[in-house]
Ligand binder design. Structure first.
Ligand code: ARG
Length: 281
């Protein structure tokens, strides 16, 4: 082995387009995942400040950030990743599991329908957008990964495959703490992922290992810190400040972690990725 073989490949970033929504109305007044505690007070102003630093980080990295207008009465609207799943200009819409979030879908739909670069496909099956769908353009010719077990119905995986014309690999989530795919698995670049095996059924762990033999593996402490709820542009990996141990693993794998504090939003059961939908116009 030469010295060069020991140096991780230089990672390349690619400019991205994102959709976010400020947590102006963020509170925890209902509990639909194990992280939400309706008795613990939320500092909405702090949430807005932390969210805005995240938005500015994405802009400073050279990415385009579109914004949705926050709506009173939709406290989880800040978790914009759940509003759709876009691949090559086709936006497969969301249909939320719980009635408390149902009205968010219309705001996302209006965004896609107002812009020429997206063709909106209305869903008939329950699915929470990029909360449970991920896309890798250069893995196996372009595949989507999809979670089920808590929010998104497997029938929506088939509906997404039909809408997007891409293989969709169904993965079963088994730990309620990791109720969405995006808190258990993340896309690091166009062909590779990181994941926490314990969040998945044994069979799904075998599926993931077969498709992604070079995946970066997270442990339970990483997953509990929401380390996997990150957003990567292929090189810069925006990840929350609680996840320093996992950030070190990413550095060792040749990525460049960028840490942001989103502690207040964790009270809703989300972190970096939950706040950011990637648009692929
Ligand atoms: N409180 C929200 C819910 O339970 C959090 C959603 C987090 N979003 C995500 N993409 N994981 O639906």
């Amino acid at each position: 082995m030469t010295e060069r073989d020991l140096i991780p490949t230089a990672r390349q970033s690619r400019p991205r387009t994102y959709l976010m929504c400020a947590p102006e109305h963020f509170v925890v007044e209902y509990a639909i995942n194990p992280w939400m505690d309706t008795t613990a007070p939320v500092d909405t102003a702090l949430a807005v400040k932390q969210w805005d630093a995240l938005r500015q980080t994405m802009v400073d990295l050279g990415h385009t950030v579109h914004l949705l207008t926050p709506q009173a009465g939709l406290p989880d609207m800040v978790f914009a990743a759940n509003g759709g799943f876009v691949v090559d200009g086709v936006a497969y819409g969301a249909k939320f599991r719980y009635p408390q979030r149902a009205d968010e879908a219309a705001a996302h739909r209006a965004f896609y329908e107002s812009r020429d670069e997206y063709a909106f496909v209305a869903p008939t099956q329950t699915n929470e957008g990029e909360g449970d769908f991920a896309y890798l353009p250069d893995a196996h010719g372009g595949i989507a990964l999809a979670g089920y077990g808590f929010r998104t119905e497997p029938a929506a995986h088939a509906e997404a495959a039909e809408a997007l014309g891409r293989p969709v690999i169904s993965l079963k989530l088994v730990d309620p703490r990791f109720y969405h795919l995006d808190v258990a698995l993340t896309v690091l670049d166009d062909e590779n992922i990181a994941y926490y095996p314990g969040a998945f059924s044994d069979a799904s762990q075998r599926v993931i290992a077969q498709l992604f033999p070079n995946a970066v593996v997270a442990d339970e402490a990483d997953a509990l810190a929401f380390a996997l709820n990150l957003v990567s542009d292929g090189r810069n990996v925006v990840i929350n400040t609680e996840s320093t141990a996992f950030a070190a693993k990413l550095t060792a794998a040749g990525y460049h972690p960028v840490l942001v504090d989103l502690a207040e939003l964790k009270r809703g059961g989300g972190s970096v990725k939950c706040c950011i939908a990637e648009l692929r116009p």
